[in-house]
Design a protein around this ligand. Structure first.
Ligand code: ATP
Length: 316
């Protein structure tokens, strides 16, 4: 379990992290989101004890990271933004070195190296120099070092950076399965990934917490004005005029998708977020527009993130 209380990091007059509090329970994956410079890496560095806090407390499984750093750090596996791999070491040699650093009993070290190599599918690379590995494999070795000793708490800073699409899917699956038995904080700029992998999401900006909740709740409560997508057979001018005559309609956009001969797709938005599907259905029936499809446009985590922070994440 991770407990963060009133955490502050101050550089001169500037607060990179400003009074941040949250907890992550065992068996939970928390997605950590924020635009560039929001304070994610600074927070992760303080949680893992790599950086001191100006104010506040971090407790890992009951051990305060500043009062009992050795005990707290033993519970943490950390994959920083740039994995701490040694380019001139071979994969097995490096992971073996990590078992020494993490004070794994001598008799268990070889088996532990085998375990993490198998988990991360890097065994066939065990005798390669790390500097000769591709970026994706270096990232896997970085995660392997975080898993040495099977720490309960995993802090993963952009774990899928540099991986190809196949590896990304595989890595997300691995993180999800690790999430059942571990406590995980995962930062990512890929909002689709956060939505797919994380149980809850923390969004920060300028070092401050904006929201922490499940992706579904965040989308539902902060998603804002909803829209409706419909596919109709109607003259564009007639359709637009008719929709324009309805009260509280803010926008009617023609969508570029190919929906079939003589058909057109539109997105229609209400100005007050009210349900408008019933009104659009009645309108089409009354005006004789042939309605082929009618459905709500689902907001995404990306929509909420952009609305809250003014920044675009990436989606793949
Ligand atoms: P990114 O998504 O780009 O990795 P981030 O959310 O991880 O960004 P941080 O790296 O935590 O952001 O940086 C937060 C802020 O703190 C930034 O404005 C950064 O310039 C500032 N900062 C970080 N380290 C220092 C330092 N040693 N001295 C002064 N300012 C710093």
């Amino acid at each position: 379990m991770i407990k963060v209380e009133n955490l502050v990091k101050q550089y001169g007059d500037f607060r990179a992290v400003d009074d941040l509090s949250f907890t992550v329970e065992k068996g939970e994956i928390l997605g950590f989101l924020g635009p560039n410079g929001a304070g994610k890496s600074t927070t992760m560095n303080m949680i893992t004890g790599y950086n001191s806090a100006t104010e506040g407390n971090v407790t890992i499984n009951g051990f305060n990271i500043y009062d009992e750093p050795e005990k707290a750090k033993r519970c943490i596996g950390y994959l920083p933004e740039i994995p701490p791999v040694y380019p001139d070491m071979r994969v097995r040699e490096y992971l073996s070195f990590c078992t020494e650093l993490k004070e794994i009993p001598k008799k268990d070290r070889a088996a532990e190296v085998e375990r993490v190599m198998e988990l991360l599918h890097v065994k066939h690379m065990q005798n390669k120099l790390i500097k000769h590995l591709s970026k994706g494999y270096r990232q896997r070795v970085g995660l392997a070092q975080a898993l040495v000793g099977n720490p309960e708490v995993l802090i993963l800073d952009e774990p899928t950076v540099g991986l190809d699409p196949m590896q990304i899917t595989w890595m997300r699956g691995l993180i999800r399965s690790l999430g059942k038995e571990h406590t995980i904080i995962l930062s990512s700029h890929i909002l689709f990934e956060v939505n797919a992998v994380c149980d809850r999401v923390l969004i920060i900006n300028h070092g401050k917490k904006l929201v922490i909740d499940t992706p579904e709740n965040i989308i539902r409560t902060l998603g804002g004005t909803s829209g409706v997508r419909l596919v109709v057979r109607a003259e564009e001018e007639d359709f637009r005029m008719a929709v324009g005559s309805l009260p509280n309609i803010s926008r009617c956009e023609k969508l570029s998708e190919d929906v079939g001969e003589g058909l057109t797709a539109y997105a229609v938005y209400s100005s007050d977020g009210a349900e408008i599907r019933d009104r659009l259905f009645a309108l089409c029936a009354a005006r004789g527009f042939c309605l082929f499809e009618l459905g709500a446009i689902q907001k995404t985590l990306e929509d909420v993130f952009i609305a809250m922070t003014g920044e675009e994440g990436s989606t793949i």
